[in-house]
Design a binder for this molecule. Structure first.
Ligand code: NAG
Ligand code: NAG
Length: 249
């Protein structure tokens, strides 16, 4: 089964209608999580071998999903994680007040209420200690790298950089979507821009989009009509990390 099929069929929660959820979905390696309408509880489905699809009860404000772990922001700003803790990726800092969280394969990053990036878990390729200093408004993470966006559209990515996937081009962005060996984003004109590894002479689709999301070698973008367009941006590589990403769709 292709990654795309697996990743995206995971978006259809068995036994739930889409209107049961707020439009916040985090998809990881082989599982996905969404916030329920009404009580704000986390619901996860897909792989649960590490308990990554068994969230604690209670209300969450935001979610992230990694390879085999998930994290959520509680009202009040504490981050709570569940699932694999092999690299201490589920041990969130206790004293910070967070607003957003994103999970990679073996690390997690969160944005504090005042816009600072904090990462924990594996520090291979400085995926945790490489977090940029400054004030950011959005955070996203994937297998081995993460990206954050400033209010003025300046982007920063850090971590695994084998294909220069963390070398953000000198343009302003509205959104960043790290994959595994590549990164894509939407520039201020809402066009797709991708860098890092490329599959052949694959080009991202032309046009304007309202959202973008990557996982593994794939990227999907949402047209203003609501139609999703997906393409393989990078080569698929099955070396254990290629399947891990986190995105809020
Ligand atoms: C990454 O960037 C450096 C410096 O521009 C370049 O020399 C290198 O070939 C790039 N690596 C890949 C895999 O594209
Ligand atoms: C880009 O998208 C945003 C949000 O959907 C919208 O407000 C803005 O007008 C768009 N800009 C362009 C140039 O299409």
């Amino acid at each position: 089964m292709g990654l795309l099929a697996a990743g995206f069929s995971a978006l259809l929660a068995p036994g739930h209608a889409s209107q049961d959820f707020r439009a916040v979905v985090a998809s990881g390696g082989w599982h996905s999580c969404a916030l329920k309408r009404g009580n704000g509880a986390a619901a996860c489905w897909g792989a649960d071998d590490y308990g990554q699809s068994s969230p604690p009860k209670g209300r969450f404000l935001a979610l992230g999903a990694g390879k085999a772990h998930s994290c959520g922001v509680r009202p009040g700003g504490r981050v709570e994680c569940w699932g694999s803790n092999e690299h201490h990726q589920s041990e969130s800092p206790e004293k910070e007040i967070f607003a957003q969280v994103a999970c990679g394969a073996a690390h997690s990053c969160a944005l504090s209420q005042d816009g600072e990036v904090h990462c924990w878990g594996s520090d291979e390729h400085e995926r945790s200690s490489g977090a940029p200093v400054g004030r950011f408004v959005a955070i996203s993470a994937s297998g081995g790298h993460s990206c954050a966006l400033k209010a003025d559209g300046t982007g920063a990515c850090w971590g695994f950089n084998e294909y220069n996937q963390t070398d953000v081009p000198d343009v302003l962005f509205r959104q960043l979507a790290p994959g595994y060996l590549h990164t894509c984003g939407l520039n201020l004109q809402n066009e797709t821009v991708c860098w890092g590894q490329k599959r052949g002479d694959n080009k991202p689709p032309p046009g304007r989009f309202k959202q973008i999301s990557s996982r593994g070698p794939f990227t999907c973008a949402l047209e203003t009509s609501g139609r999703a367009v997906c393409w393989p941006q990078a080569e698929q590589r099955r070396d254990g990390e290629a399947l891990q990403t986190d995105q809020v769709l």
